[in-house]
Design a protein around this ligand. Structure first.
Ligand SMILES: C[S@@+](CC[C@H](N)C(=O)[O-])C[C@H]1O[C@@H](n2cnc3c(N)ncnc32)[C@H](O)[C@@H]1O
Length: 288
Protein backbone atom coordinates (compact mmCIF):
# COMPACT_ATOMS: atom_id res chain seq x y z
CA UNK A 1 0.00 0.00 0.00
CA UNK A 2 2.80 2.39 1.00
CA UNK A 3 4.68 1.44 -2.18
CA UNK A 4 1.60 2.16 -4.32
CA UNK A 5 1.24 5.58 -2.70
CA UNK A 6 4.94 6.32 -3.30
CA UNK A 7 4.69 5.15 -6.93
CA UNK A 8 1.66 7.39 -7.43
CA UNK A 9 3.49 10.37 -5.89
CA UNK A 10 6.55 9.72 -8.10
CA UNK A 11 4.33 9.66 -11.22
CA UNK A 12 2.66 12.96 -10.20
CA UNK A 13 6.03 14.51 -9.51
CA UNK A 14 7.45 13.33 -12.84
CA UNK A 15 4.44 14.82 -14.62
CA UNK A 16 5.05 18.17 -12.84
CA UNK A 17 8.71 18.01 -13.88
CA UNK A 18 7.81 17.40 -17.53
CA UNK A 19 5.54 20.47 -17.25
CA UNK A 20 8.39 22.50 -15.80
CA UNK A 21 10.71 21.57 -18.70
CA UNK A 22 8.03 22.67 -21.16
CA UNK A 23 10.17 23.09 -24.29
CA UNK A 24 7.17 23.85 -26.54
CA UNK A 25 8.72 27.01 -28.02
CA UNK A 26 12.33 25.91 -27.76
CA UNK A 27 12.80 24.52 -31.27
CA UNK A 28 11.46 27.72 -32.85
CA UNK A 29 13.79 29.83 -30.68
CA UNK A 30 16.77 27.66 -31.62
CA UNK A 31 15.91 27.99 -35.33
CA UNK A 32 15.62 31.77 -34.93
CA UNK A 33 18.94 31.92 -33.08
CA UNK A 34 20.62 29.82 -35.76
CA UNK A 35 19.30 32.11 -38.51
CA UNK A 36 20.72 35.11 -36.60
CA UNK A 37 24.21 33.57 -36.63
CA UNK A 38 23.85 32.67 -40.31
CA UNK A 39 23.30 28.94 -39.75
CA UNK A 40 20.49 26.49 -40.57
CA UNK A 41 19.56 22.86 -39.96
CA UNK A 42 21.81 21.97 -42.90
CA UNK A 43 24.91 23.76 -41.64
CA UNK A 44 24.67 23.72 -37.82
CA UNK A 45 27.47 22.05 -35.85
CA UNK A 46 27.71 20.58 -32.35
CA UNK A 47 29.90 23.56 -31.45
CA UNK A 48 27.25 26.07 -32.59
CA UNK A 49 24.66 24.46 -30.32
CA UNK A 50 26.87 24.36 -27.20
CA UNK A 51 25.61 27.63 -25.65
CA UNK A 52 21.97 26.45 -25.74
CA UNK A 53 21.97 22.64 -25.53
CA UNK A 54 24.18 22.10 -22.45
CA UNK A 55 21.62 22.85 -19.73
CA UNK A 56 23.87 23.06 -16.67
CA UNK A 57 26.19 25.51 -14.93
CA UNK A 58 29.37 25.98 -16.95
CA UNK A 59 27.88 24.56 -20.17
CA UNK A 60 30.31 22.83 -22.50
CA UNK A 61 33.37 23.68 -20.40
CA UNK A 62 31.85 21.72 -17.49
CA UNK A 63 31.04 18.76 -19.76
CA UNK A 64 34.56 18.76 -21.22
CA UNK A 65 36.12 18.55 -17.75
CA UNK A 66 33.70 15.84 -16.61
CA UNK A 67 34.55 13.74 -19.70
CA UNK A 68 38.28 14.19 -19.11
CA UNK A 69 37.92 12.92 -15.55
CA UNK A 70 35.67 10.08 -16.62
CA UNK A 71 38.20 9.00 -19.26
CA UNK A 72 35.79 8.64 -22.20
CA UNK A 73 37.24 6.47 -25.00
CA UNK A 74 36.24 5.57 -28.55
CA UNK A 75 35.17 2.04 -27.54
CA UNK A 76 32.81 3.08 -24.75
CA UNK A 77 29.04 2.97 -24.80
CA UNK A 78 27.98 5.86 -22.56
CA UNK A 79 24.65 6.56 -20.89
CA UNK A 80 23.57 10.21 -20.45
CA UNK A 81 21.02 10.13 -17.60
CA UNK A 82 18.49 13.00 -17.90
CA UNK A 83 20.00 14.10 -21.23
CA UNK A 84 17.67 17.06 -21.84
CA UNK A 85 17.90 18.08 -25.51
CA UNK A 86 21.05 15.99 -25.91
CA UNK A 87 23.84 18.57 -25.82
CA UNK A 88 26.12 16.42 -23.70
CA UNK A 89 25.15 13.28 -25.63
CA UNK A 90 26.17 14.79 -28.98
CA UNK A 91 29.28 16.43 -27.59
CA UNK A 92 30.58 13.14 -26.13
CA UNK A 93 30.03 11.21 -29.34
CA UNK A 94 31.65 13.93 -31.43
CA UNK A 95 34.57 14.17 -28.99
CA UNK A 96 35.41 10.47 -28.89
CA UNK A 97 33.50 8.76 -31.70
CA UNK A 98 31.86 6.44 -29.16
CA UNK A 99 28.21 5.43 -28.90
CA UNK A 100 26.06 7.45 -26.47
CA UNK A 101 22.47 6.87 -25.36
CA UNK A 102 20.48 9.63 -23.70
CA UNK A 103 17.41 9.05 -21.55
CA UNK A 104 15.00 11.73 -20.35
CA UNK A 105 11.52 12.06 -18.91
CA UNK A 106 10.47 14.96 -21.12
CA UNK A 107 9.05 13.90 -24.52
CA UNK A 108 9.44 17.42 -25.96
CA UNK A 109 13.11 17.42 -25.08
CA UNK A 110 13.70 14.01 -26.64
CA UNK A 111 11.95 15.11 -29.86
CA UNK A 112 14.31 18.10 -30.05
CA UNK A 113 17.32 15.95 -29.09
CA UNK A 114 16.58 13.56 -31.99
CA UNK A 115 16.12 16.41 -34.47
CA UNK A 116 19.33 18.24 -33.47
CA UNK A 117 21.18 14.92 -33.70
CA UNK A 118 19.88 14.46 -37.26
CA UNK A 119 20.90 18.02 -38.15
CA UNK A 120 24.42 17.43 -36.84
CA UNK A 121 24.75 14.07 -38.62
CA UNK A 122 25.25 11.94 -35.50
CA UNK A 123 22.26 9.57 -35.57
CA UNK A 124 24.47 6.53 -36.11
CA UNK A 125 26.15 7.01 -32.71
CA UNK A 126 23.70 9.01 -30.54
CA UNK A 127 20.24 7.65 -29.67
CA UNK A 128 17.55 8.60 -27.16
CA UNK A 129 14.81 7.03 -25.04
CA UNK A 130 11.92 8.65 -23.19
CA UNK A 131 11.96 7.13 -19.70
CA UNK A 132 12.45 7.82 -16.03
CA UNK A 133 15.97 7.49 -14.69
CA UNK A 134 14.37 5.44 -11.91
CA UNK A 135 13.23 2.74 -14.35
CA UNK A 136 15.38 2.68 -17.48
CA UNK A 137 14.61 0.41 -20.46
CA UNK A 138 18.09 -1.16 -20.57
CA UNK A 139 19.52 -4.57 -19.70
CA UNK A 140 21.88 -4.94 -16.75
CA UNK A 141 25.50 -3.90 -17.49
CA UNK A 142 24.59 -2.30 -20.85
CA UNK A 143 26.98 0.65 -20.53
CA UNK A 144 30.69 1.17 -19.90
CA UNK A 145 30.16 4.56 -18.30
CA UNK A 146 27.35 6.93 -17.34
CA UNK A 147 27.04 10.68 -16.82
CA UNK A 148 24.39 12.67 -15.01
CA UNK A 149 24.45 16.46 -15.29
CA UNK A 150 22.05 18.56 -13.18
CA UNK A 151 19.38 15.86 -12.86
CA UNK A 152 19.56 14.70 -9.23
CA UNK A 153 17.94 17.97 -8.07
CA UNK A 154 14.66 16.66 -9.55
CA UNK A 155 14.80 13.22 -7.94
CA UNK A 156 13.92 12.71 -4.28
CA UNK A 157 15.16 9.14 -3.88
CA UNK A 158 18.88 9.38 -4.65
CA UNK A 159 19.50 5.78 -3.55
CA UNK A 160 16.91 4.46 -6.02
CA UNK A 161 18.39 6.67 -8.76
CA UNK A 162 21.96 5.49 -8.19
CA UNK A 163 20.89 1.83 -7.83
CA UNK A 164 19.28 2.05 -11.26
CA UNK A 165 22.41 3.63 -12.78
CA UNK A 166 24.55 1.00 -11.02
CA UNK A 167 22.38 -1.76 -12.51
CA UNK A 168 22.89 -0.62 -16.11
CA UNK A 169 26.64 0.19 -15.85
CA UNK A 170 28.97 -2.82 -16.20
CA UNK A 171 31.32 -3.96 -13.41
CA UNK A 172 34.54 -1.99 -13.82
CA UNK A 173 32.58 0.93 -15.31
CA UNK A 174 32.53 4.58 -14.16
CA UNK A 175 29.86 7.14 -13.32
CA UNK A 176 30.28 10.94 -13.40
CA UNK A 177 27.78 13.08 -11.51
CA UNK A 178 27.62 16.87 -11.88
CA UNK A 179 24.73 18.21 -9.80
CA UNK A 180 23.81 21.30 -7.81
CA UNK A 181 24.22 20.43 -4.13
CA UNK A 182 23.41 22.15 -0.86
CA UNK A 183 26.46 23.58 0.89
CA UNK A 184 24.89 25.45 3.83
CA UNK A 185 21.43 25.98 5.29
CA UNK A 186 19.78 28.95 3.69
CA UNK A 187 16.89 29.77 1.46
CA UNK A 188 16.64 28.95 -2.23
CA UNK A 189 14.18 31.27 -3.93
CA UNK A 190 12.00 29.81 -6.70
CA UNK A 191 11.72 29.45 -9.62
CA UNK A 192 15.18 28.06 -10.40
CA UNK A 193 16.29 26.43 -13.67
CA UNK A 194 15.35 22.94 -12.43
CA UNK A 195 12.12 23.70 -10.54
CA UNK A 196 9.12 25.99 -10.66
CA UNK A 197 8.69 25.62 -6.89
CA UNK A 198 10.00 23.68 -3.90
CA UNK A 199 7.72 20.68 -4.54
CA UNK A 200 9.95 19.48 -7.41
CA UNK A 201 13.34 20.41 -5.95
CA UNK A 202 15.45 17.90 -3.98
CA UNK A 203 18.79 19.61 -3.56
CA UNK A 204 20.89 17.54 -1.15
CA UNK A 205 24.33 17.88 0.36
CA UNK A 206 27.48 16.03 -0.61
CA UNK A 207 27.24 13.53 2.24
CA UNK A 208 23.73 12.51 1.13
CA UNK A 209 25.11 11.93 -2.38
CA UNK A 210 28.13 10.06 -1.03
CA UNK A 211 26.00 7.78 1.14
CA UNK A 212 23.51 7.11 -1.65
CA UNK A 213 26.29 6.27 -4.13
CA UNK A 214 27.90 3.92 -1.61
CA UNK A 215 24.58 2.22 -0.78
CA UNK A 216 24.03 1.72 -4.51
CA UNK A 217 27.43 0.00 -4.80
CA UNK A 218 29.64 2.76 -6.24
CA UNK A 219 33.08 3.70 -4.87
CA UNK A 220 33.83 7.42 -4.97
CA UNK A 221 37.14 8.24 -6.68
CA UNK A 222 37.13 12.04 -6.90
CA UNK A 223 35.04 15.00 -5.71
CA UNK A 224 35.32 18.64 -6.86
CA UNK A 225 33.30 21.58 -5.57
CA UNK A 226 32.85 23.81 -8.66
CA UNK A 227 31.60 26.97 -6.92
CA UNK A 228 34.43 29.24 -8.13
CA UNK A 229 34.03 27.94 -11.68
CA UNK A 230 30.28 28.69 -11.45
CA UNK A 231 30.89 32.24 -10.17
CA UNK A 232 33.30 32.88 -13.07
CA UNK A 233 30.89 31.32 -15.60
CA UNK A 234 27.99 33.55 -14.53
CA UNK A 235 30.30 36.60 -14.30
CA UNK A 236 31.42 36.09 -17.91
CA UNK A 237 27.82 35.54 -19.04
CA UNK A 238 26.75 38.82 -17.43
CA UNK A 239 29.75 40.75 -18.84
CA UNK A 240 29.15 39.41 -22.36
CA UNK A 241 25.44 40.28 -22.22
CA UNK A 242 26.27 43.81 -20.99
CA UNK A 243 28.84 44.32 -23.76
CA UNK A 244 26.50 42.98 -26.45
CA UNK A 245 23.42 44.81 -25.13
CA UNK A 246 21.55 41.54 -24.44
CA UNK A 247 21.88 37.76 -24.42
CA UNK A 248 23.45 35.96 -27.42
CA UNK A 249 21.24 34.57 -30.22
CA UNK A 250 21.81 31.06 -28.84
CA UNK A 251 22.08 30.92 -25.06
CA UNK A 252 20.81 29.31 -21.88
CA UNK A 253 17.94 31.83 -21.72
CA UNK A 254 16.26 29.95 -24.59
CA UNK A 255 16.13 26.60 -22.79
CA UNK A 256 15.23 28.29 -19.49
CA UNK A 257 12.03 29.48 -21.23
CA UNK A 258 9.39 31.21 -19.11
CA UNK A 259 10.82 33.40 -16.32
CA UNK A 260 14.37 32.78 -17.61
CA UNK A 261 15.86 35.87 -15.97
CA UNK A 262 14.26 35.13 -12.56
CA UNK A 263 15.41 31.47 -12.66
CA UNK A 264 18.96 32.59 -13.49
CA UNK A 265 18.99 35.36 -10.87
CA UNK A 266 17.78 32.96 -8.16
CA UNK A 267 20.40 30.30 -8.87
CA UNK A 268 23.18 32.92 -9.12
CA UNK A 269 22.11 34.49 -5.79
CA UNK A 270 22.08 31.10 -4.02
CA UNK A 271 25.54 30.23 -5.39
CA UNK A 272 26.91 33.68 -4.50
CA UNK A 273 25.48 33.31 -0.97
CA UNK A 274 27.23 29.94 -0.61
CA UNK A 275 23.94 28.06 -0.09
CA UNK A 276 24.39 25.78 -3.13
CA UNK A 277 27.20 24.90 -5.55
CA UNK A 278 27.72 22.61 -8.51
CA UNK A 279 29.72 19.58 -7.40
CA UNK A 280 31.35 16.90 -9.54
CA UNK A 281 31.72 13.31 -8.31
CA UNK A 282 33.54 10.57 -10.22
CA UNK A 283 32.89 7.05 -8.97
CA UNK A 284 33.57 3.45 -9.95
CA UNK A 285 31.46 0.32 -10.08
CA UNK A 286 33.90 -2.26 -8.74
CA UNK A 287 34.60 -5.45 -10.71
CA UNK A 288 32.31 -8.26 -9.51
C1 LIG B 1 18.55 20.83 -15.89
S1 LIG B 1 18.14 19.67 -17.09
C2 LIG B 1 19.74 19.00 -17.54
C3 LIG B 1 19.70 18.33 -18.90
C4 LIG B 1 21.03 17.76 -19.36
N1 LIG B 1 21.57 16.81 -18.45
C5 LIG B 1 22.04 18.86 -19.60
O1 LIG B 1 22.90 19.06 -18.74
O2 LIG B 1 21.95 19.54 -20.64
C6 LIG B 1 17.46 18.32 -16.13
C7 LIG B 1 16.90 17.21 -17.00
O3 LIG B 1 16.61 16.08 -16.17
C8 LIG B 1 15.44 15.48 -16.66
N2 LIG B 1 14.85 14.67 -15.57
C9 LIG B 1 14.38 15.10 -14.38
N3 LIG B 1 13.93 14.06 -13.66
C10 LIG B 1 14.12 12.96 -14.41
C11 LIG B 1 13.86 11.57 -14.22
N4 LIG B 1 13.27 11.09 -13.12
N5 LIG B 1 14.20 10.72 -15.22
C12 LIG B 1 14.77 11.17 -16.37
N6 LIG B 1 15.03 12.47 -16.61
C13 LIG B 1 14.71 13.35 -15.64
C14 LIG B 1 14.57 16.63 -17.08
O4 LIG B 1 13.54 16.25 -17.94
C15 LIG B 1 15.60 17.55 -17.72
O5 LIG B 1 15.76 17.29 -19.08
Amino acid sequence: MQKTRNDQRTKELESDIVGHYDGSELLTSIETGLATIGKSSATVTVEDLGPVDEFHVGGRAATTELCERLGVTHDDHILDVGCGIGGTTRFITELSGCEVTGVDLAPNYITIARLLTEWTGLTDRAGYEIASALDMPFEDSSFDKAVQLHVGMNIADKVALFREVHRVVRPGGRFGVYDIMRVTDGTIEFPVPWATDASMSFVEDLSTYGNALELAGFETAEIRNRRQFAVEFFGAMRANALAAGGPPPLGLHLILGKDASTKLANVIDAIDAGVIAPVEIICDKPEA
